[in-house]
Write a protein that binds this ligand. Sequence first.
Ligand code: SAM
Length: 239
Amino acid sequence: MAALRGALRVATLTAGARRAESGSLASSCLADRRLWDQLHARPRPGSSPTFDWFFGYDEAQTLLLPFLQRAPAAGPTRVLDVGCGTSGLCMGLYTKCPHPVDVLGVDFSPVAVAHMNSLLEGGQGQTLCPGHPTSRLRFMQADAKNLEPVATSGFFHLVLDKGTWDAVVRGGLPGAHQLLSECLRVLNPQGTLIQFSDEDPDVRMPNLEKGSPGWTVSVQELGPFQGISYFAYLFQGQQ
Ligand SMILES: C[S@@+](CC[C@H](N)C(=O)[O-])C[C@H]1O[C@@H](n2cnc3c(N)ncnc32)[C@H](O)[C@@H]1O
């Protein structure tokens, strides 16, 4: 982690991307899997087994919990985290959410997915206890721009993207729109997609609205966390 902070010594993705462009990763692109494999392979700082690019489950839970409550007979809330990296978000959902959740984290980096699976298997002395006895947690490698191998249309009740649009858009808007389109395809029509980012709504909203016809997009400010304001972009079906 110290190495990651050394290369991208910032709390925000936007600033991190700028730093990556001007530093030793100058020729790399945040949409490129090889760069992410390198970043995920770097040691994490301190004793934390996970690394969040910016804030974590504890900061997001007030927003998330209302979306995780369902009638008991309806079964667990199916949650997808696209571009989960080595973030603690999925772990937090699994271990701290008091409601039943079935959480799947996907990332195109096999390095990140291997790390998260090793934590699930008890690596680094982790003992993971679910916040609800029927909750589940899994990780798999997948390109979030093509979620066909992951799920059928409408499968998930809640889809989360924490910093992944921000990385993918570095490779161009068409790729980011493909990511958004896939997130919305696997989302239940009554479900919600939430993108977390530090990107300003003035910049982001036009691109999101263009890429999500038929969905209502709204924004909530989060934080500030460590002096930085973030935004949650919510996509919901028009009911
Ligand atoms: C800024 S990091 C955010 C990681 C994590 N969500 C967090 O909040 O710490 C972006 C993540 O997106 C992943 N990623 C980028 N493009 C992707 C794609 N096309 N499919 C799946 N994952 C992708 C990267 O490997 C990285 O883990």
